[in-house]
Design a protein. Structure first.
Length: 39
């Protein structure tokens, strides 16, 4: 997969209780992805 190089930059992935996914990259960059989960 071509995303392995990107995945090596990822330090942590946190799933919040409200369904938001926070990706923490090395270097302190945080990207929050809010996913609407339909039950």
């Amino acid at each position: 997969m071509p995303s392995t190089a990107v995945w090596k930059l990822v330090r942590n992935v946190v799933v919040k209780e409200n369904g938001a996914v926070v990706v923490v990259f090395k270097g302190g960059i945080e990207i929050a992805l809010e996913l609407e989960l339909e039950g």
